[in-house]
Design a protein around this ligand. Sequence first.
Ligand code: APR
Length: 227
Amino acid sequence: MKVVVLTGAGISAESGLPTFRDADGLWEGHDPMAVATPEAFADDPDLVQRFYDERRAALARVEPNAAHVALARLEERLGEDLHLVTQNIDDLHERGGSTRVHHMHGRLRAAWCTTCDHRHEWTTTLVDRPACPTCGHSTLRPDVVWFGEVPHDMDAVQRALFECDLFVAIGTSGLVYPAAAFVHYAIGAGADTLELNLAPDPVSDFAQVRQGPATRTVPAWVAEMLA
Ligand code: APR
């Protein structure tokens, strides 16, 4: 069975990382347009770098949870028949054991040099404008996809969606495109669809919806898949 799993901020919430749009979410105190657009970065690079430096520091203080670990077990069983696609810029899927993750919104622990186009693993700050290890220019930015930029890996993700038998969305509000359209591509491909969310949308397009915290619903669903 070919499976595509899409994850959002809700899967990392119980690890201690805030979501974006829930109460106390990251966007509650921030205008996303002021920290997560190329225009914001051009206007006030220090503000944007500081915002992502804080996110990177917070990531170092948290651990993957049972939902991340369960998806790694599913990868062990399904191998290349599982496509794990995440909107999250954290690395909790990898630290939970997943080895093949499509990070469509990029990665917090990577820096991208806009001069030489090289990407580097990055665990410290960027606000001090460190030199790019490749070209020496101080033009590193977080390797994350901002509003108005093109998500990564979309060709591979589209192919996987058109071929899948089952599409599962976990912990995402389904408000941000292109990920919000994935369920429709999967339905168009004839796949079954399942949503695992703390508070599912009552007008959801998903065939099946299971409500509850990811650390409960994801291991339970994976156990069914492995049975
Ligand atoms: N278990 C399961 N689901 C949860 C949990 C939990 N413990 N806690 C919260 N959720 C759900 C919420 O009900 C909500 O549907 O997670 C979802 C979080 O939604 P958002 O905050 O909108 O996060 P996400 O869908 O990942 O946002 C998409 O928007 O701002 C951009 O680039 C950012 O990647 C992000 C994208």
